[in-house]
Write a protein of this length. Structure first.
Lengths: 240, 262
């Protein structure tokens, strides 16, 4: 049993290291900046989520939105369904993709040195008939009043307009839990020919029972010559 | 439009938020309490009024002094900020003069906020009349404000951490570098109107960190980063850095010299 536990942990560390290593060497074709996921699932959790991304490169502004509904199907497993819309160059807003996501909480909060979770995602682009399968590791560690959240993803994509390939992405968030309603953070996104960093903040307002409203805002700036421009991301989530 | 408003907010409001963190840290290190809320609110109100007044008069100001008015005005403001901050740093060794320190801190905050605030209002009104998307601009201001507040809180606690764990006067040095940044801006303005000569740049670090990039802007605010500094700028930067440092160490230098003589 002890050996199994050690092997399990080694597996997680190796896969995490693998993703980190390749995160800086393999690049892909989609949007890197999305959201830094926390490895937590609440039992009987239901949620509506809206995410907005505004990308500015030179004088060009791109806009994407995601609407999602999620529900925990087990006390440590959550399923979420997304509709992804994007504004094209003619300013027309259209549904471009849909997505199913599963978030699996591996350990209870505070049970081990860090909290661990897994994420699996399947996305299909509507018109191009492209597919994307993502699996990744979610880790969160608390240091006093600060929290470090790491996401490492391995992505496989294929389709009509995409070269079949593996990609990796790495996301990091260092958060200062100032007050529940306002938690400033620094976020870093790497992968897909992109490296970006920027300030962010998140917060939540609790209502009766399990009802709560969460918000997240981030302003990510491309760090190197390959990743110019700024991305503003906004997420609002209502859990009930 | 949303991201443009956030960018505008970051560009103009970041110095205000950074100086707020630095001054709050200065008060905390020097054990000065800011318990008079009415006075604080009055200062903020005065700064907002000055921003609106300046925004409506900046255009006519630019016509003064043969078209050099706004550059001269902005450079005088930046030099005053530098002088106020170095006086604050020199006075940090003296435990009384609380009222003087508060007054100098207010002058610093007032000048930076009213100048940046005026620019923000001018650009915002320009956007507003062009875009006619009021709700997007309002949301952009709220998000930009949140991002700036996030930077302020993180920067404040980073300074506090460094003061406690690395060197107790590190936030004071950040304040000094901020003042140098203001002085560099003043030199650029004076070079623009040919009061100071603008010679060939000593180096060009634009390919490493561009001045208009996010990191470049932050470095410009924090340390007076310049991609193409002239020899004059480098000379003034060095002298302006050394003078306050020597002044703060003057009692120790005098003590050392007296000790040697005896």
């Amino acid at each position: 049993m002890i050996i199994m536990s050690i092997l399990y942990r080694c597996g997680i560390i190796i896969s995490f290291g693998f993703a980190l290593f390749f995160g800086s060497t393999v690049y892909a074709d989609g949007v890197v900046i999305d959201k830094v996921y926390h490895p937590y699932v609440l039992p009987n959790e239901k949620e509506f989520e809206w995410r907005l991304f505004s990308h500015r490169e030179n004088d060009n502004n791109k806009l994407a939105q995601r609407i999602a509904y999620g529900q925990s199907v087990k006390e440590n497993l959550m399923l979420e369904f997304y509709l992804v819309g994007e504004r094209d160059i003619d300013n027309n807003f259209d549904l471009v993709a849909y997505e199913v996501e599963a978030r699996w909480m591996l350990t209870e909060q505070g049970e081990y040195w860090a909290d661990w979770g897994l994420l699996f995602e399947i996305e299909k682009e509507n018109k191009q008939k492209n597919w994307e399968v993502t699996s990744g590791l979610l880790v969160e560690k608390e240091f006093g009043r600060t929290s470090l959240t790491l996401n490492a993803f391995v992505i496989y994509e294929w389709g009509k307009t995409l070269k079949s390939e593996f990609e990796t992405e790495f996301r990091l968030k260092y958060r200062y839990r100032y007050i529940e309603q306002f938690q400033p953070a620094i976020e870093l996104y790497s992968g897909e020919n992109y490296l970006g960093i920027g300030p962010a903040f998140m917060g939540l307002q609790r209502f009766s029972a399990q009802k709560q409203l969460k918000w997240e805002v981030g302003f990510i700036t491309g760090l190197d010559s390959r990743s110019k421009g700024h991305v503003l991301r906004l997420a609002i989530e209502y859990e009930f | 439009m949303l991201i443009n408003t956030v960018l505008l907010f970051l560009h103009n409001a970041l110095p205000v938020f950074i100086i707020t963190s630095l001054l709050l840290r200065y008060f905390s290190v020097n054990n000065i309490e800011l318990n008079n809320r009415k006075w604080l609110l009055f200062c903020v109100f005065l700064t907002i009024m000055a921003s609106f007044f300046l925004s409506s008069n900046l255009e006519s100001l630019s016509q003064e002094f043969s078209g050099k008015g706004s550059e001269l005005f902005l450079s005088v403001g930046a030099i005053l900020v530098y002088l106020s901050i170095i006086t604050l740093i020199i006075l940090s060794n003296i435990h009384h003069c609380v009222a003087v320190k508060k007054c100098l801190a207010f002058i610093t905050f007032f000048i930076i906020s009213s100048i940046n605030g005026a620019h923000f209002i001018i650009y915002l009104l320009h956007y507003w009349t062009q875009a006619q998307q009021e709700e997007t601009i309002v949301v952009g201001i709220i998000l930009g404000g949140g991002i700036c507040l996030s930077i302020t809180i993180l920067f404040y606690f980073l300074l506090r951490y460094m003061d406690k764990n690395i060197y107790s006067k590190i936030s004071g040095y950040f304040l000094l570098f901020f003042a140098l940044g203001q002085l560099m801006q003043a030199i650029v303005f004076l070079q623009q109107v040919d009061i100071l000569s603008s010679s060939q740049p000593v180096w060009d670090s634009g390919h490493l960190i561009a001045e208009n990039s996010g990191i470049g802007q932050l470095l410009t605010v924090l340390f007076g980063y310049e991609t193409t500094p002239s020899l004059l700028q480098l000379f003034i930067y060095t002298v302006a850095l050394i003078i306050p440092l020597v002044c703060t160490k003057l009692p120790y230098i005098l003590l050392f010299l007296n000790g040697k003589k005896s």
